[in-house]
Design a protein. Structure first.
Length: 85
């Protein structure tokens, strides 16, 4: 499977979120955060600066989940990516 145009297929990261002081955030606090981390499975054909395997911060409000071969993946548009790690 390959994403097309400006869409990016990602797998959301389940890593623990730590503050700069080293405190672990609870799931309730994490759910209030607007941005989430994911790993790029496949960038779309017109995506320029993001490649497969990149970790990205994306706006989860504009993302949507799909189930592909029994695995939950997320699709976002390139414009909703705010940082590449």
């Amino acid at each position: 499977m390959k994403a097309i145009n400006k869409y990016i297929l990602i797998k959301r990261s389940n890593e623990e979120v730590k503050t700069s002081g080293g405190l672990l955030m609870s799931k309730a606090e994490e759910s209030q955060m607007r941005y989430q981390v994911g790993v790029v499975i496949t960038p779309g054909t017109l995506v320029e600066h993001i490649k497969e395997g990149d970790s990205i911060f994306f706006d989860k409000v504009h993302a949507f989940d799909v189930k592909i071969d029994g695995e939950m993946l997320t699709i976002v548009q390139e414009r909703d990516v705010v940082a590449v790690l």
